[in-house]
Design a protein around this ligand. Structure first.
Ligand SMILES: Nc1nc2c(ncn2[C@@H]2O[C@H](COP(=O)(O)OP(=O)(O)OP(=O)(O)O)[C@@H](O)[C@H]2O)c(=O)[nH]1
Ligand SMILES: [Mg+2]
Length: 463
C-alpha cells in the first residue's frame, strides 16, 4: 500500500475521530452580495484571536468562564483555493481613513483552531485541553445566487430573467439588450459572433442593474464576477424566449446547451465542493439596505433568501450521519449592520427578520433544527448617542457616512416589525445611511452581539 493511501486512511480516521468528539465545525456564512459575509468572517477571526476576553465577549460562555486559551489560524484543508485574506481585511479596516474590505472576487477559505479547557464529558477525562477546529469559506454573493439555476431548465430560467429585466425599475438599463433580443432570430443557424455580441450586451446589462437598479437574482453570477472563467465561451449565453419549434442546430439550441453546460460545469461543482457539508449556518440579511430600496426589491430579496435555503441540508445530525454527511443542526438568522439604527430598534429588526423567514424556520424547527434570529453588527461603524430634544431622549447614531466628508449625528427611522405590503409602505420610504468603519483608537474592532452569535453557533461544542 502506498504511503499516500495509508496517509489518506489515517487522515480519514483522524477526521472521523475528530467528528466523533465533536471537535470540528464547518460554518456556512450565507448571504446575498453585500450582506456582510467578508466583514463578518474578519470580525469573527478578530474577536476570537485578538479580543477574546470576558469584557468584550461576555455572552460567549467559554470566554466568560475563563476556559478559552487561544484561537489561531491554522493551515486549511483545501489546498487548491486561496486563504481568506484576514490581514488584508484588517489593514483596510485599520487604515486612515478606515475602509471596508473589498467585495469578494473568488472563493477562499480559512481554518481556525480554538484551544480551550473542556468542562465535562469524554474530552475532559482524556485531556486538560481540547481544540475545536472551525472551517469557514468566503465567496462572492453573486455565485451563491446561481444555485437556484440548478432547479431550472433553460426555458424557465429565460422566462424568469426576462421578467426581471422587464420590471419597470430595470427597463431603462435593459432596453438595449431587450431591443436586440427582439430582432434576434432564435431559430436561425448558430452564428457565433452574434451570440457573443448579444451575450456581451447581456453582461453589461447585468452590471448596470447591479450598480443602479439592484436585483437579487442576477444570473449567471460569473458574468458579474467571472473568477477563473474570464472570457470563457461557456459564459456566452443569455435568456431567450422559447420558439414554437426548436431546431437542433438553431441559436436557441446552442444557448440551451451552454446554459446546461454552465449548470453542470460551474454551478454543480461549486455546490458539491463547498455547499454540501456544513454543520452550522449563519444567514446574514441586510434588511436596512432592502428597506431602503423599496417594496419590490425588498420582496425580491426576501424571496431569494428563502429560495437559497432549499440548497442546504438540514436536520438533527445523529452520530452516524455526522460522520458521513453532516447536516446543519443550528441556524442563525442575522439582521446585520444593526449599528446603522439606534439600539432601541434592534428588537424591531429581529422581529422583521423573523417574520420574513418564519415559514421556513417553522419547517426546519419541526425537522429538529435549532433556530435563532437576532440583530447584530459584525463591525460597528457608528456609536450610539442619546440626544435630548424638548425633554425627549432620542437614540441617535454618530459616524462618518460613506458618501460624505463630515461626521454626522443621525436619527434613523424605525424599521417595521413585520413585512409590509406595498400599500403599507411609507410614502417617503426608509432612509438609512451607510457608514465608514469606525475602529477604536488602538485599531481593535467593536461589534454588537458577536458573542451571542458565537455562543449560539459554537457554544455547545466548547463545553
Ligand atoms: N454598518 C455596518 N456596515 C457593514 C457591516 N458589515 C458590512 N457592512 C457594509 O456592507 C458592505 C458589504 O460587506 P461585505 O462584508 O463586503 O459583504 P459580502 O457579503 O462579503 O459581499 P460580497 O463579497 O460582494 O458577496 C461593506 O462594504 C460595508 O459597507 C457592519 O457590521 N456594520
Ligand atoms: Mg465578500
Amino acid at each position: 500500500m502506498s504511503y499516500s493511501r495509508l496517509d489518506k486512511i489515517k487522515d480519514k480516521a483522524k477526521n472521523t475521530l475528530q467528528r466523533t468528539l465533536d471537535s470540528h465545525v464547518t460554518l456556512a456564512v450565507t448571504g446575498l452580495s453585500g450582506s456582510g459575509k467578508t466583514a463578518f468572517i474578519t470580525a469573527l477571526v478578530h474577536q476570537l484571536s485578538e479580543q477574546a476576553n470576558d469584557k468584550n465577549l461576555p455572552f460567549f460562555r467559554v470566554v466568560r468562564e475563563g476556559r478559552h486559551i487561544a484561537t489561531t489560524q491554522i493551515p486549511q484543508k483545501a489546498l487548491n483555493i486561496p486563504t481568506f485574506a484576514y490581514r488584508q481585511a484588517m489593514e483596510s479596516l485599520q487604515q486612515q481613513p478606515p475602509q471596508w474590505p473589498q467585495s469578494t472576487k473568488r472563493i477562499n477559505t480559512l481554518r481556525l483552531a480554538m484551544r480551550y479547557r473542556p468542562q465535562r464529558g469524554l474530552r475532559a477525562q482524556f485531556s486538560d485541553t481540547a481544540t475545536l477546529t472551525i472551517d469557514l469559506i468566503d465567496y462572492p454573493g453573486e455565485w451563491l445566487m446561481d444555485l437556484p439555476m440548478l432547479n431550472m431548465d433553460f426555458a424557465t430560467w429565460s422566462e424568469r430573467q426576462l421578467r426581471m429585466l422587464n420590471a419597470s425599475v430595470r427597463q431603462a438599463h435593459a432596453s438595449e439588450f431587450l431591443d436586440k433580443l427582439h430582432s434576434f432570430d432564435a431559430n436561425a443557424p448558430t452564428n457565433e459572433a452574434q451570440l457573443k455580441a448579444l451575450s456581451n450586451v447581456y453582461a453589461q446589462t447585468l452590471h448596470a442593474i447591479k450598480t443602479h437598479a439592484h436585483a437579487a437574482n442576477l444570473q449567471p453570477g460569473r458574468m458579474l464576477i467571472p473568477g477563473e472563467l474570464e472570457g470563457a465561451p461557456l459564459l456566452a449565453f443569455f435568456p431567450c424566449a422559447s420558439p414554437q419549434q426548436i431546431n437542433e442546430s438553431s441559436q436557441y439550441a446552442q444557448l440551451e446547451a451552454r446554459f446546461e453546460a454552465y449548470k453542470n460545469q460551474v454551478v454543480k461543482p461549486f455546490y458539491k465542493d463547498y455547499f454540501c457539508r456544513f454543520d452550522r449556518q449563519v444567514v446574514l440579511v441586510d434588511l436596512l439596505q432592502a428597506l431602503k430600496l423599496g417594496p419590490d426589491i425588498f420582496a425580491e430579496q426576501a424571496e431569494a433568501i428563502r429560495e437559497l435555503l432549499q440548497f442546504f441540508e438540514y436536520g438533527k445530525s445523529n452520530l452516524l450521519r455526522r460522520l458521513f454527511s453532516p447536516n446543519i443542526d443550528k441556524l442563525l438568522f442575522v439582521a446585520n449592520k444593526a449599528d446603522q439604527v439606534g439600539v432601541n430598534y434592534h428588537q424591531d429588526l429581529a422581529l422583521l427578520l423573523h417574520d420574513l423567514v418564519k415559514s421556513k424556520a417553522n419547517e426546519l424547527t419541526f425537522a429538529g433544527v435549532e433556530i435563532d434570529t437576532m440583530a447584530m453588527a459584525a463591525v460597528c461603524a457608528t456609536e450610539n448617542k442619546t440626544v435630548t430634544e424638548k425633554g425627549r431622549a432620542m437614540h441617535c447614531i454618530y459616524g462618518k457616512p460613506l458618501s460624505e466628508d463630515n461626521w454626522l449625528t443621525y436619527l434613523p427611522p424605525q424599521p417595521p416589525r413585520h413585512v409590509l405590503s406595498t400599500q403599507q409602505w411609507p410614502a417617503h420610504g426608509f432612509d438609512f445611511i451607510d457608514f465608514a468603519p469606525m475602529p477604536n483608537d488602538n485599531g481593535t474592532l467593536r461589534h454588537m452581539r458577536m458573542d451571542h452569535a458565537l455562543e449560539f453557533l459554537l457554544g455547545d461544542k466548547l463545553r
